[in-house]
Design a protein around this ligand. Sequence first.
Ligand SMILES: [Zn+2]
Ligand SMILES: [Zn+2]
Length: 253
Amino acid sequence: MKYRVLGSSGGEAPGFGLSSFLVDDCLLIDTGGVAVALDVPSQAKIDHILLTHSHLDHTGGLPLLADNVFGMRTGPVHVHGIAQTLDGVQRNLLNDVLWPDFSKLPSRAFPTLLYREVPEGQPFEAAGYSITAVRVNHAVECVAYLIQGRRGAVLHVGDTGPTQAVWDLARAAARLRAVCVETTFPNRLQEVADQSGHLTPQSLRAELEKLGRDVPLFVFHLKPRFRSEIVAELRALQRGNLRLLEDGAVHRF
Ligand SMILES: [Zn+2]
Ligand SMILES: [Zn+2]
């Protein structure tokens, strides 16, 4: 699996792209920074998008991508998410007020975007992968995705506070090559993290105890203004298998 980091930050500023990760050039996980990180012909190659939740830093690139690829493709872009996420996007973002509703453009019969509600805990197929959405603990309804291919699996945990079910799934997953997981705030803002459904380095450590297996870890979604503080606290965890996801990086899992 080729896993390209288009944006990895929990806030936007010059040099800090919002959450967006491209698998094998055709499967996108969240859309935060996609429109600024990827040229238009490459955006047009994306067949499937997995949305973790409705928050703007994860969905904000979707209207712009739809606009960019409009008329360039022979089929729709499949936008996968749980019902609450798709409902949030359709009602509040691509709603013919903030932006055109690309699920009926150029026509209902041949739309640019096709919304696909996914089940929780039951695998579905997209882009040749078996994908499972698992509910995590965030300020709005939010899921993580376990993406299983022939040669291995990757767990992508976007925004979450302390949670459980996803770690149970990860513990049992065959050939788990990597866990990508958020850490948004430094330890001194634990209360803010808990209230908003995010992790700090110390709460990440507790989550990794629940994971209970030695898997390469890739941390992302750091708030830009706290980045150096969070990085120092992550280093203090002294986990040799922990790295940061950096914008522009390409990993092969
Ligand atoms: Zn969020
Ligand atoms: Zn976020």
